[in-house]
Design a protein around this ligand. Structure first.
Ligand code: ATP
Ligand code: MG
Length: 494
């Protein structure tokens, strides 16, 4: 092991450094002066022992460092491999270096694919809190792109992407899902896309924000998501934030303890958030919630606890929030009417419901569905409908969307003699006008003003005559939420 070389003017005493059977270097003592050379020659055994000792120290240090990093790395990978949640390990440019089996399954990839394919992740929207919050991401696997909800997480020198739930590679609607969809009519490409998205996101606890015009079926969709989810056996609780004054909404949502305020029930009351525990809470018209309540709701979402009014004891809750609106959040945030942080919390999964006129082929399906539904409800036989009447319904622009169509069919069945057939002469004048193409062509502004003032006076008239808001909404063929919005718009709230 000891090599001793005497050059003309140098003396060299060297020891190889051997690690795991491989020579990874040499430690040597070189003497230049004659005096030093003599010293080494006379004490060769001592000096070679000394160098051997130093070599040993180097090896020990090396092995220790190697084992340490190898140990951590293997513990880290072991942990990831044993997680049910899909986890991807990324480099600094968000390219995937490693993925556990659930992540590979979600992306329909093998370990080999991972080595050969460039996989990149980027956030779908620019959310300030994207580091902490789950949100939608686009993951590009070569040329293929998938939508995934998840979040980034930094663990020491590693950057991880934690997938929040399983999203199948090619979203298809399963037979079980189809059965639930029987009350959600629509086979247009836009509706099929929405149904596929609903199947994908049902299992997730992430918040959903449904946006769409009045009557497009936001509540129908929220309810179907709940039924598709593993929360289906727990309650689905819906509350309309626009229909209830804010002080009342607070106690409705959060509940209160006995004697919390004047007029509070002596027993106290369980809030809707608590009542929806393990289920789904549907917050309709969320854009109308006051800033003060928004702050309270945000706290619930962050802490997953609810504090009833008048209580100092927090109750842990597990709810999924689905909210709906037909208002423009960007404008609400810009005018300080809606908290941006809450918006991002609620809008983890955005779902846009298009107006009925954009759903090709769906009017006919809905007409047939409502004919059957309302005929059954009214106990009459299924009525026929002429092709001309159907053409007329198909070409109408449906400003009140599915609700307007449903109400029209109910009206038609009511006025049709049993066993009769719906023809164009039974259709209301605005639909007939569409058929004859005789819609008056007023300038847009003028038309809006006229319609608005007409609408206001119709609402005023109905309020005067009828007892409750519900009756007014029913008579006007609009939803209760829409009615409250219009009351606010026209300053008719008392
Ligand atoms: N795809 C659909 N299939 C069957 N019925 C539907 C569908 N969409 C909506 N409806 C029916 O239309 C009516 C209105 O639906 P919903 O209350 O869900 O609308 P919305 O978007 O919440 O309206 P608003 O904004 O006024 O609250 C309901 O009677 C609902 O059952
Ligand atoms: Mg609604």
């Amino acid at each position: 092991m000891i090599a001793e070389t005497i050059a003309t003017k140098q003396l060299f005493l060297g020891v190889p450094i051997l690690a795991e059977g491989r020579c990874i270097g040499v430690i040597s003592l070189v003497a230049f002066s004659e005096q030093s050379q003599l010293l080494i020659k006379e004490n060769t055994a001592i000096f070679s022992d000394y160098i051997k000792h130093i070599a040993q120290l180097v090896i020990t240090k090396l092995v220790e460092e190697n084992t340490q990093s190898y140990g951590l790395e293997s513990i880290f990978l072991n942990l990831i491999d044993n997680m049910d949640q899909g986890v991807l390990v990324l480099d600094e440019n968000n390219y995937v270096k490693y993925g556990n089996q659930p992540a590979l399954n979600n992306l329909n990839l093998t370990k080999k694919d991972l080595e050969k394919t460039q996989i990149n992740i980027r956030a779908l929207s620019h959310c300030k809190n994207s580091i902490d919050n789950e949100q939608q991401h686009i993951i590009s696997v070569g040329k293929r792109e998938e939508l995934l909800v998840g979040r980034f997480n930094n663990l020491q020198s590693h950057k991880l992407f934690l997938m929040s739930f399983y999203q199948p590679h090619s979203p298809t609607i399963t037979p079980e899902a189809n059965a639930i969809f029987t009350g959600t009519i629509g086979e247009s490409s836009k509706m099929l896309h929405i149904k596929a998205l609903m199947s994908r996101i049902a299992a997730s606890p992430s918040s959903v924000l449904i946006n769409g015009e009045s009557g497009t079926g936001k509540e129908v969709i929220a309810n179907a998501i709940h039924k598709l989810s593993n929360r289906a056996k727990s309650p689905f609780i819906a509350i309309n934030c626009a229909a209830i004054p804010n002080q009342l909404l607070e106690s409705e949502l959060f509940g209160y303890t006995k004697g919390a305020f004047t007029g509070a029930s002596s027993k106290g009351r369980v809030g809707l958030i608590e009542a929806a525990n393990t289920g789904t809470l549907f917050l309709d018209e969320i854009g109308d919630m006051s800033m003060q309540l928004q702050a309270k709701l945000l706290r619930v979402l962050e802490t997953r606890e609810v504090m009833p009014v008048g209580s100092n004891k927090a109750i842990p809750i597990d709810i999924r929030i689905i909210s709906a609106t037909n208002r423009n959040f960007e404008a609400l945030i810009a005018s300080n009417e809606f908290r941006e942080d809450l918006y991002y919390r609620l809008n983890v999964i955005p779902l846009y419901l298009p107006p009925l006129k954009e759903r090709e082929g769906d009017v006919q399906l809905l007409v047939n569905y409502f004919l059957e539904l309302h005929a059954q409800k009214l106990g009459v036989s299924y009525p026929g409908i002429t092709q001309q009447a159907m053409d007329c319904l198909n070409s109408y622009h449906w400003p009140g969307n599915v609700r307007e169509l449903s109400n029209l069919i109910e009206y038609l069945i009511n006025i049709l003699p049993d066993g009769g057939q719906i023809d164009t002469d039974l259709l209301p004048p605005n639909l007939q006008a569409k058929m004859n193409n005789t819609v008056s062509k007023l300038p847009e502004n003028n038309a809006t003003m006229t319609l608005e003032s007409m609408e206001k006076s119709r609402i005023e008239d109905a309020i005067k005559r009828l007892g409750s808001r519900k009756e007014v909404a029913d008579e006007l063929d609009i939803g209760i939420a829409t009615l409250y919005r219009k009351l606010k718009k026209y300053g008719l709230n008392d």
